[in-house]
Design a protein around this ligand. Structure first.
Ligand code: GRF
Length: 188
């Protein structure tokens, strides 16, 4: 049984899709949900799904091995960042080489990096007059949104599109592909 640990800061819709995808699997499961935001929707999902969750503390996260040790205790096979807004510290990246992945709601390397999340991304894409957008699933390294790309899926932006409609199209791609990629990496 492979253990997936999801890191999330927000609503958790991607976490929910991954949980759903492995619900009846005998090969992999979501073993833990890690969150940095009290009251985040993803914590409600964890509770409803009976999945252990941990609310992490900034000092410990960035300056100790507390959570690296926790992930090792959980025999973590893959760390999945699903809307996690803190940068992953080097000790965690080094502890799980090529076993941390992230999903970004745009076609990296454009529209990535610090501050590029949620509606800010889609507003920037539309304001730049881009003719397409999409998702990037990539390995996590020591820099923001910089690791090796695993998958990109895209769609054409029409002149009727707004940041809100672009966000909806991006989210549809996220929900369609993230669970598939998690399975492909874990069970390859
Ligand atoms: C998604 O847009 C994802 O691409 C980004 O953070 C958002 C998470 O949304 N990294 P949710 O909390 O999974 O609904």
């Amino acid at each position: 049984m492979k253990n997936i640990v999801i890191f999330a800061s927000g609503a958790g819709s991607n976490a929910q899709k991954i949980i759903d995808h492995f619900r009846n699997s005998d090969k992999a499961r979501v073993a833990l949900i890690v969150c940095n935001k009290p009251g985040a929707g993803v914590l409600d999902i964890a509770q409803r799904e009976g999945i252990p969750s941990v609310l992490i503390e900034k000092e410990k996260f960035f300056h100790t091995d507390t959570y690296v040790n926790l992930l090792k205790e959980k025999e973590t096979d893959l760390v999945v960042l699903a809307g996690f807004l803190w940068k992953v510290p080097d000790n965690l990246v080094h502890a799980f080489p090529n076993r941390i992945i992230n999903i970004h709601p745009a076609l990296l390397p454009k529209f990535g990096g610090k501050g590029m999340y949620g509606h800010f991304v889609h507003e920037a894409v539309v304001a730049a007059g881009e003719t397409e957008s999409g998702i990037t699933i990539h390995y996590v390294n020591e820099k923001y949104d910089d690791g090796e790309t695993i998958l990109q899926e895209r769609f054409t932006i029409t002149k009727e599109d707004t940041p809100e409609t672009v966000a909806r199209k991006v989210q549809a791609l996220e929900h369609q592909w993230f669970p598939v990629i998690v399975e492909r990496i874990l069970l390859k």
